[in-house]
Design a protein around this ligand. Structure first.
Ligand code: FES
Length: 216
């Protein structure tokens, strides 16, 4: 059964390419481009960034926190990450009002961006610090980039976004471990859209004990 609700005036919502809109105690990212509205959940799949506060890149909404992209009409992740999708809604305009069908929401589906490190490498701050706990420390983009190259050569990791004691983290599983148990984690500290600090517990797996892990 359909459940159409009014989320605002078509004139007002078409005046900005992307906007966060609250209706029925829910938040939506409402976009307008080439005479067509798109409506997604406002909540990014990564760590909950406000998509409606981002910007448009072609047909994609770019999350303002860490630049993940979702198609503004169907909610699918950018090419290569289509299985990582946020809810999208059917939209229509009637009598100058924008309506969405709440019951048409597509399912939120989170999928690990297995090679997220490639994207993170592009977002390193110039003065980024790396602490490969119990092993080595590096400072500055030039010193830290080889660490990413080493990861690219390894096969024993697969990242899932999450929180460790409330801090954004990459939770790491070994894809060949049938138990799916978390092997270790990497804490990522952001400054704006740049990665300022990386603490990788690959060689300090005891840190898992007592840590509160939350998988997105
Ligand atoms: S919260 Fe959206 S990309 Fe990180």
């Amino acid at each position: 059964m359909e459940n159409w609700i009014d989320i605002g005036s078509a004139d007002e919502l078409s005046a900005t390419p992307l906007k966060r809109v609250t209706a029925m105690n829910r938040e939506f990212a409402v976009s307008y481009k080439d005479t067509k509205f798109g409506v997604l959940s406002n909540t990014c799949n990564h760590v909950g960034g406000p998509l409606g506060k981002g910007k448009l890149d072609g047909e994609y909404i770019v999350c303002p926190w860490h630049n993940w992209k979702f198609h503004r009409c169907n909610g699918k992740g950018e090419p290569g990450f289509e299985d990582d999708c946020v809810p999208a809604y059917q939209v229509k305009v009637e009598n100058g009002r924008v309506l969405i069908d709440l019951n048409s929401a597509t399912k939120r589906h989170k999928k690990s961006h297995a090679r997220d490190f490639d994207a993170i490498r592009d977002m390193l701050a110039d003065e980024v610090r790396l602490d490969l706990v119990a092993k080595l420390q590096k400072k500055g983009r030039t010193e830290v980039v080889p660490y990413f190259d080493n990861y690219a050569r390894l096969e024993d990791w697969n990242f899932v976004p999450g929180l460790v004691d409330g801090i954004p983290a990459a939770l790491v599983r070994n894809p060949s471990d049938p138990t799916g148990k978390l092997a270790y984690f990497i804490l990522l500290q952001w400054e704006g859209d740049r990665v300022a600090n990386i603490r990788d517990f690959r060689f300090a797996r005891y840190a898992n004990e007592g840590a509160e892990l939350l998988v997105f």
